[in-house]
Design a protein around this ligand. Sequence first.
Ligand code: SF4
Length: 419
Amino acid sequence: MRTRHQTRQIAVGNERTGIIRIGGDAPVSVQTMTAGCTHDIDACVTEINRLAAAGADIVRVAVPERKDTAALPEILAQTRVPIVADVHFHYQRALESVAAGVHKIRLNPGNIQDRAQVNEVIDACRDAGIPIRIGVNEGSIIERRDKQLRQRELGRVFSNHKHGHLLAIMIAKLEEYVDLFAARDFHDICISAKSMDPSLVIDVYTEIAARFDYPLHLGVTHAGPKETGTIRSVVALGTLLANGIGDTIRISYASDPVHEVEDGLEMLYCLGLRTRRGAELIACPTCGRIQVDLFTLVQEVRAKLASEIELPMKVAVMGCVVNGPGEAEGADVAVFAGDRRGIIYVQGRRVANVPEAEILDRLLEECRGFQDRVRAGDATLGEKHVEIIPPDPIGELGSGARRIAAGLVEQITINRTGG
Ligand code: SF4
């Protein structure tokens, strides 16, 4: 992991919602956006609270119409997570959102009619003490007002090297927008430049990081359904984050935004950029040796752990004893399935051997008990008391360890030249 790219820091939220810092040495935060209509207050509040419960640090809502901004005071009163108003085309929606008390504005200056209107939004945010995200998307880098110009430019862009020209245009547009804010001496901003092409996202943010020290909001826009959007997002955002670029992320799926939050957090946990909240589940992919319905078991364990376990304990669900013990080494609680049974271990100690129908309940009982002991100071996460020994010998051939120790295994030569 490289050192994180140094950026300025902005703050989003207040005492009531908690303040989320973006940039500098703040942990990388996870954002998402509601999928429903903002003016449907009850549904919007329910969705925001569900996303916050899933771990969203910041939630964005679209405010396309006056009735959406009119709903904001009631929504803000019933939620406890910083709210960002997503503004396109109508600068009045930004002014109304600021007046309603939102904690941040997302603006694409390219689709606001003129500079005076952008300036009005900047001044309103400055007075309210809230930041603005300047968002540039590949799809809107050329103003839609002039369709002929758009077509001419797109013709040029796509006639040669798509990626290179798009990258140049996105950076140029962003610099132009940032200059608007700098001219107003407003620096309480973070910036984004999204595309649906993961490789372009990597290149454009790498260029931006070299040019600006404003905090960066990462995202792959229109990533598609979760099934394919996960890969697109992880390729782009994971690469950038592993290279130290990115201060806040939003994964976008054509799906329930709870998945955006869950996957964003998991990515940050995997990269060591956030401290895990809740259990880490390890599970085998199964193979021809499987003798229980492991896929169902894993999904049930996952759902229960998410609702019942708060500590970052490692839980392993393994299909058999062949690779299970090795793969689950270091797990706080583990189950190795066998012939319609499951053998359960807690930090290397065998605690139960139960029939398949009882695996889920017993495993969770052990997880809850372990969590209680850690909280009471009677156990420590990540400790292993004894080696996990496979419950059944691997067979006459064994693991080979004895032969290796006795020097009975000849050195293996690997032929790297092929042939
Ligand atoms: S743990 Fe066993 S069942 Fe699972 S993939 Fe490995 S060998 Fe197959």
